[in-house]
Design a binder for this molecule. Structure first.
Ligand SMILES: [Zn+2]
Length: 378
């Protein structure tokens, strides 16, 4: 198979979902089903005839799919692992290599990066420790791997890492507490310091199993420039909003219902006499807006809402009718003897969705604070 594994991977997943998992024979006999891209390892419980029938179904149900099956009652290979079953039904694992495989480990004198070459003895030993389950067999396989590595020109001091890896992995059997943090140049000094004082935990809490093993230092991915950068806004500009008016809309609030709206494209401050321009148009269905409520005595209130403005104003009116004195607007209206009909409002600004994403509600709150400060409504 080539490097591009996406098409076979997608096909196999679809194949499993639609045909295999629902098949009656699969549900009755399959004990284990594991797949790596297009290699499948399956443990089948039952007669061989049922397995053959199922395999025949796989071959015929997907035209163009070419598959082969290897089966055995006592041992079977999957990738580089050989799974064996003894007379009592216990499973054990060993390394598996094809009879045609040769010693193809990277040669020590190869021009590959040195780190890659130096990691080979360690990774090969790790592979033996992870795959081979029997301790005696593990020793034998370690010797074989050592000889293979030696044949590829690795010097003795590099081979010593094999011994170190093996002993470290054998000793670290059991759970270790991971110490996860981001990389810092001082990290290794901190690790050393924790190691030096780890015995305090071990002796103070002898019953806690986790303290018997040394802790496991782990680095997590740090925040990088890529996380901070955003996509450049250099594409074609957005399509203009659909025109829903017969003529160009005038700026300010376009009222379509009998709401107590202050019309016009000017915000007039009754105390300072200043005027502020409104450079957009709004309707009763505008949302994510900063709005202004003006009462007959000239007091101003600035608020924001993510709701449609007509719903928000209805709620304000409702709180006045219910005489909810805990809120500032009904409290003012009730205490000054105003009625709901005297409430006037105006939309100052709308926050449109940021074109490169972002916190729209945050921007809205920021704009509300801006207008509260500007109109001195606090
Ligand atoms: Zn008032």
């Amino acid at each position: 198979m080539g490097s591009n594994v996406a098409p076979p991977y997608t096909n196999m997943a679809h194949f499993e979902d639609t045909l295999i998992y629902a098949h009656n024979l699969f549900r009755t006999h399959s004990v284990l089903w594991k797949r790596l891209i297009d290699d499948i390892f399956c443990v089948w419980k039952g007669e061989f005839a049922s397995l053959e029938t199922f395999f025949h179904f796989l071959k015929t149900s997907w035209p163009g799919l070419d598959s082969t099956m290897t089966h055995h009652s006592n041992q079977i290979s999957f990738l580089d692992t050989l799974v064996m079953k003894d007379d009592h039904g216990n499973l054990s694992t060993d390394l598996y290599s094809k009879p045609t495989d040769r010693n193809s480990l990277l040669h020590y004198d190869s021009f590959h990066p040195r780190n890659m070459i130096k990691s080979i003895p360690k990774s090969q030993t790790h592979r033996v420790n992870k795959i081979v389950s029997d301790p005696l067999l593990k020793q034998q396989r370690t010797i074989e791997i050592k000889s293979k590595i030696q044949d590829r020109g690795y010097p003795p001091q590099v081979l010593n890492t094999i011994q170190q890896t093996t002993s470290r992995e054998v000793n670290s059997v059991g759970h270790q507490i991971p110490f996860v943090h981001q990389y810092h140049p001082a990290a290794y000094r901190i690790h050393r310091s924790i190691c030096q004082h780890w015995h305090i935990l071990r002796t103070s809490y002898p019953t806690i199993e986790e303290f018997k093993n040394p802790f496991l230092p782990c680095f997590q991915k740090a925040h990088n420039i890529r996380d901070t950068l955003v996509r450049a806004d250099i594409g074609p500009s957005r399509a203009p909003p659909t025109q829903c008016f017969l003529r160009s809309p005038t700026k300010g609030y376009i009222s379509l219902s009998k709401l107590n709206v202050l019309k016009g494209d000017i915000i007039y401050h009754p105390d300072t006499g200043k005027r502020y321009n409104i450079d957009n148009f709004f309707t009763c269905d505008s949302n994510f807006v900063v709005y202004l409520i003006k009462c007959s005595c000239g007091l101003l209130y600035v608020g924001e809402t993510t709701q449609v403005i007509k719903d928000r104003i209805s709620k304000h009116k409702s709180t006045i009718r219910c005489k909810n004195l805990l809120l500032p607007i009904p409290h003012h209206f009730i205490s000054k003897g105003h009625n709901v009909a005297q409430l006037r409002f105006q939309i100052i600004e709308q926050v449109t969705p940021p074109c490169r994403g972002g916190d729209r509600i945050g921007i809205l709150k920021h704009r509300e604070a801006f207008w509260i400060h500007k109109l001195k409504t606090l």
